[in-house]
Design a protein around this ligand. Structure first.
Ligand SMILES: Cc1ncc(COP(=O)(O)O)c(C=O)c1O
Length: 366
């Protein structure tokens, strides 16, 4: 049986009529940039996150970067985050001229270790970026307490956590702002690149609206220098349609994850622990096994696609050689990078496909 890692086509086929109509509408109105569909999506996305503002931009990377800029992060500042994340999280810190400071992850939840967080804070620390990795939010109540104690701001990297919650609160509630990616494979994916910032902070929202569009206050009047990072009309139209289905797709992902966990009980496989206060939205279903690479090869031979998120921790990447980190600096992150494997996960994954995958894992002789 062939099981893809994600299947975007099956999702498109289910909502083809709605999508085609929405995209056709943009094309026939030639409303490609700065069109009302973008305002409509921003309103809908803000309300789905119970937030005051949502500002559409062209990637999750720019969403992160603009928040740091809007927070006034500058040279000499430190920003704390994890090493087990996609490089976009830290690229944006460097792009804002600040210094990246890593903290290890929690052994159970795989999110930032809040026990280690406070020790990493220095007088230079300005911002904490908890990454809601794989679709599970970090321990936001504890992080907020620590941030308030040290007068720090919080930027939530929610690029993998659409519709996730912690204490029933969505990304952007505990933090000063949350950044989302709508890269096509995300839980809420566009048909190209797109991103958004969600915030209750009027000042941050206003600054990002300027930064994403050349610092414009009218067509040829520029308050500051900015960037060209607008969300385009076609992406907004697609996202408006898909947002209506997000809750249903989230529940399908959660159901798939429950079945994986149930069937994997009693095996040597270790699954990511769901924090009791977190609503995990399973962008990825990640397990740990000792013979990871051999298991992946075996699953491939059975037609099952898998992935690793992420195989090289950021502190050991060539790009960050200048930081002089070494093996052993963040032991949990390092150990897990050798053991983690992401199993196929998308809403439409069938019970049969999940059973076949788990049976194949059980069949594997490490
Ligand atoms: C954790 C994380 N942060 C940031 C990003 C960057 O988002 P984008 O690809 O939309 O720039 C991604 C997505 O790739 C991500 O997974």
């Amino acid at each position: 049986m062939n099981i893809p890692f994600v299947d975007l086509k099956i999702q498109y086929e289910a909502i083809m009529g709605e999508i085609d109509e929405a995209v056709k509408d943009i094309i026939s109105n030639t409303a490609f940039v700065g069109c009302p569909k973008i305002d409509e999506f921003e309103k809908n996305f803000a309300s789905s996150n119970e937030a005051k503002h949502a500002i559409g931009v062209n990637t999750g990377t720019d969403a992160l970067f603009f928040v740091l800029k809007a927070m006034g992060v500058k040279a000499g500042d430190e920003v704390i985050t994890v090493s087990n994340t996609f490089i976009a999280t830290t690229e944006t810190i460097t792009r804002a001229n600040a210094k990246v400071k890593f903290v290890d992850i929690n052994k159970d939840t795989y999110e930032i270790d809040t026990e280690l967080l406070e020790k990493a804070i220095t007088p230079q620390t300005k911002v904490i970026i908890p990454v809601h990795l794989y679709g599970q939010m970090a321990e936001m109540d504890v992080i907020k307490e620590i941030a308030d104690k040290h007068n720090l701001m919080i930027l939530e990297d929610a690029c993998q956590a659409h519709n996730a919650a912690f204490n029933n609160k969505k990304p952007g509630f505990y933090g000063d702002a949350a950044a989302f990616s709508f890269y096509p494979g995300k839980n809420l994916g566009a048909y190209g690149d797109a991103g958004a910032v969600v915030t209750d902070n009027d000042e941050i929202a206003e600054k990002i609206r300027l930064l994403r569009d050349h610092g414009r206050i009218s067509k040829y009047e520029h308050l500051v220098e900015g960037f060209n990072s607008r969300m385009d009309g076609i992406q907004a139209a697609v996202l408006n349609v898909k947002l209506r289905h997000l809750e249903e797709w989230t529940e399908m992902r959660r159901k798939n994850a429950r079945l994986y966990s149930e069937l994997l009980k009693g095996t040597d496989v270790v699954a990511q622990v769901e924090h009791s206060k977190a609503k995990h939205v399973y962008h990825l279903y990640v397990i740990r096994v000792k013979e990871r690479d051999r298991l992946m090869d075996f699953l491939k031979s059975k037609g099952i696609s898998t992935g690793i998120h992420y195989p090289i921790p950021l502190h050991l990447q060539p790009a960050y050689k200048y930081m002089n980190h070494k093996e052993g600096d963040f032991p949990v992150t390092e150990e897990y990078s050798k053991e983690i494997v992401s199993l196929p996960m998308f809403p439409e994954l069938t019970e049969e496909q999940i059973k076949y995958t788990v049976d194949s894992i059980k069949e594997f002789k490490g």
